[in-house]
Design a protein around this ligand. Structure first.
Ligand SMILES: NC(=O)C1=CN([C@@H]2O[C@H](COP(=O)(O)OP(=O)(O)OC[C@H]3O[C@@H](n4cnc5c(N)ncnc54)[C@H](O)[C@@H]3O)[C@@H](O)[C@H]2O)[C@@H](O)CC1
Ligand SMILES: [K+]
Length: 508
């Protein structure tokens, strides 16, 4: 699903109004009617709270349409009514002509305000939409506080008032809604935390912006959701094992052979034809027993042994390389990274320990000409950038975008809302997955899935986006089967083939 920035919404509205001569009030009326559809019929009493911008204009039109439907409606205006202008003023005038149930906050007694909020069972929040650009204060603060104290069903128009539509930040305080009805496309603030948490549900409705206008825009932001995999290219039916990719997974160390196993198994389950593992000698037997389908190559604890292995290993033979899961942080692991990043052309997925080692010497990354995907979680991103985790968590998109741009890599920044971006600034935000996936090995699985897709010939950015989708949809399926508490990485792996199969069936 495409996501819009607020300036893109303004440009689209303006294009519809100017180039397509659709009057702004027509769009507003469509918006209002779409919201009315979501207001439960026969409510006892509906309170519509309107600001004085265009979001308030929507509110006045909603109130008029609800009255037309026979509902009992009261309107509370917040702000200076003299600031109402253009479309919002027209909608206000249309409302004022038919109804007197309008109170302005500034001139409302405390008693009346209490009464208004006590008597309603539905509240429509039309205070601020995409225009909320500063901290909420004064009367607005009081009204939002009153709304949040009520047990009424709250519907926010476009975005919960108080949420910044471009970054999901809360401008001091925001409305807590049961449902948000947003227009044309979701805004970043509807999708990003903490703003996304302000509404229990989100519905996107069409208000009549011509499809051609949308097609003329380049949208940098998209969600990763249930529909993402529909665009996954279907698997060739006439291939042999090398058609589906030969990948090298450089992973595992004395204490962590399981990480190599998780990544390799996930890659096979995602459809890779041949997985080879390069690991520490101590992991050989356990890996060969657990995953006899993989070819296992090993090195001993010395750079000399490693270099000998590399003499016989032609990295160009692989369609993709994954380095890092459970690799450890020994000197040999450091040398492994140098040798791997020195090859110029095979795409490399860099995960886990390889990220930590790189953070100590970013020059290796900058010197590499290979296409690179990096999959840090917030802590690893903190080590890579030297910024505190808290700052990164609050600005995942900005950090991922800046990292991709300055290092010319694809970044998969993992958190409860994983972000994938490329150096050109295109960004996908993951809406799937669940907290059960926050478990050891889950990241190894994701890295294996992405490496598998790259190895099957998909372009690195798309592989990362589809990889995050497969991983989180598999996590959701696993949690449907066994719940979130005891979910383990191998449950995610087991669900991958089913996700791929269901997707094939949908696309057939
Ligand atoms: N014809 C149109 O232009 C359409 C507009 N639409 C609606 O218009 C909205 C955007 O309208 P606007 O750009 O007028 O913006 P808003 O209605 O979100 O609010 C802007 C107004 O609130 C004030 N404001 C912002 N933050 C404040 C704060 N923290 N405290 C006090 N005042 C604050 C601004 O100074 C301005 O007066 C959309 O979200 C959507 O609901 C839709 O109806 C679609 C059509
Ligand atoms: K709103």
């Amino acid at each position: 699903m495409i996501i819009a920035k607020s300036n893109q919404m303004v440009m689209m509205d303006q294009k519809a109004i100017k180039a397509y001569t659709i009057p702004g009030v027509v769009l507003m009326e469509h918006a209002a009617m779409a919201v009315c559809e979501m207001v439960p019929k026969g409510s006892q009493s509906i309170l519509v709270v309107c600001g004085v911008g265009n979001n308030g204009g929507d509110g006045f039109a909603i109130a008029r349409n609800l009255i037309q439907r026979g509902e009992k409606v009261t309107v509370l205006g917040v702000g200076n009514p003299l600031q109402l202008k253009n479309d919002a003023k027209i909608m206000y005038d249309c409302f004022a002509h038919i109804e007197t149930g309008l109170f302005w906050y500034e001139v409302c007694s405390e008693k009346k305000l209490d009464q208004l909020f006590q008597n309603c069972d539905v509240i429509v929040d039309a205070i601020f939409g995409t225009g909320c650009n500063r901290v909420v204060s004064d009367g607005y603060l009081d009204v939002i506080g009153r709304m949040n104290q009520r047990k009424a069903y709250v519907i926010s128009v476009d975005i919960p008032s108080g949420v910044n539509s471009d970054n999901g930040k809360i401008m001091g305080v925001c409305v807590k809604a049961n449902l948000t009805v947003t227009f044309t496309l979701p805004k970043l603030g509807n999708i990003l935390y903490p703003g996304a948490r302000a509404s229990e549900a989100l519905k996107v409705v069409d208000i009549g912006i011509p499809q051609k206008i949308l097609e003329g825009f380049v949208f940098e932001y998209e969600t990763i959701d249930q529909d993402t995999l529909k665009r996954l290219p279907s698997r060739r039916t006439d291939g042999h094992k090398f058609t589906y990719g030969r990948i090298l997974i450089i992973a595992g160390s004395e204490d962590m052979s399981g990480a190599a196993y998780m990544s390799a198994l996930a890659a096979y389950r995602t459809g890779t034809g041949l997985v080879e593992i390069l690991t520490h000698e101590s992991c050989r037997i356990s890996l060969q027993c657990a995953l006899p389908e993989a070819i296992v190559r090993t090195y001993q604890d010395s750079n000399k042994s490693l270099e000998k292995v590399f003499e016989t290993l032609n990295l160009d033979n692989y369609d993709a390389i994954l380095i890092g899961p459970g690799l450890g942080q020994s000197d040999v692991a450091k040398r492994l990274i140098e040798l791997t990043l020195a090859q110029p052309s095979v795409p490399i997925v860099i995960d886990a320990d390889a990220l930590n080692l790189l953070s100590e010497n970013m020059d290796i990354l900058l010197a590499s000409s290979a296409p690179i995907i990096m999959t840090p979680h917030v802590g690893e991103m903190s080590r890579l950038t030297q910024f505190p985790s808290e700052a990164i968590l609050e600005n995942t998109i900005e950090f991922a975008q800046a990292f991709s741009k300055s290092n010319q890599v694809i970044t998969v920044l993992k958190s409860h809302r994983t972000v994938v971006c490329n150096p050109e600034g295109f960004t996908c935000i993951n809406l799937c997955g669940n907290d059960g996936m926050a478990t050891a090995g889950s990241g190894d699985v994701l890295a294996g899935v992405i490496a598998s897709l790259v190895g099957q010939g998909l372009e690195p950015y798309k592989s990362s986006v589809f990889g995050v989708a497969i991983h989180s949809l598999a996590g959701d399926l696993a949690s449907d089967n066994i719940g979130r508490h005891g979910l383990m990485a191998k449950d995610i792996i087991e669900a991958i083939p089913k996700i791929m199969m269901e997707n094939d069936q949908l696309n057939d």
